[in-house]
Design a protein around this ligand. Structure first.
Ligand code: T46
Length: 131
């Protein structure tokens, strides 16, 4: 179980910026699903779960938000505030997302199709599963 910040190459010219994301090149898994979260009300927190198997790469393509990351022993936070910055989350990590800016568009690339059975939504069960 790990989390890691990835920096993506920005292809810049006078027309603007472009970031390319490719499975096996700068995304370390095969991308099976993409979803995005936006229009999150101020003060709203989301997440409150871990995953059993899923690997994900989270990128704020617009605006910013913060991830709380908990491996059952230690908590840390990561501010996502750039479309050239990604947060890789592998394995059993409890996550909560908060402080969404009004314009935030949080895009997530996932290694698996949506499967509710992959979620651990009970914090005590999550902590137990880490022992
Ligand atoms: C995660 C964090 C960062 C689907 O039908 N398909 C999907 O691909 C997803 C992701 C969700 N849903 C449904 C399930 C719920 O009825 O959309 C609803 C909202 O999902 P959820 O409450 O899980 O959303 P978040 O923001 O709490 O968590 C999401 C992801 O579910 C999760 O995998 O790591 O973003």
């Amino acid at each position: 179980m790990t989390t890691k910040i990835l920096s993506f190459n920005e292809i810049s010219d006078k027309r603007g910026q472009l970031v390319s994301l490719e499975s096996g090149i700068n995304v370390p898994f095969e991308i099976k699903r993409v979803y995005y979260i936006y229009d999150v009300p101020k003060a709203q927190r989301r997440g409150f779960h871990a995953h059993r198997k899923l690997e994900q790469l989270a990128i704020c393509v617009k605006g910013s938000c913060t991830f709380l990351l908990d491996n059952g022993k230690k908590r840390s936070t990561e501010l996502l505030d750039s479309p050239s910055k990604g947060l890789l989350i592998k394995g059993h990590i409890w996550r909560e997302m908060y402080d969404f800016s009004e314009d935030c568009v949080l895009m997530i690339l996932a290694s698996e199709l949506y499967d509710e059975n992959d979620y651990i939504r009970d914090y005590q069960l999550f902590v137990e599963s880490q022992k």
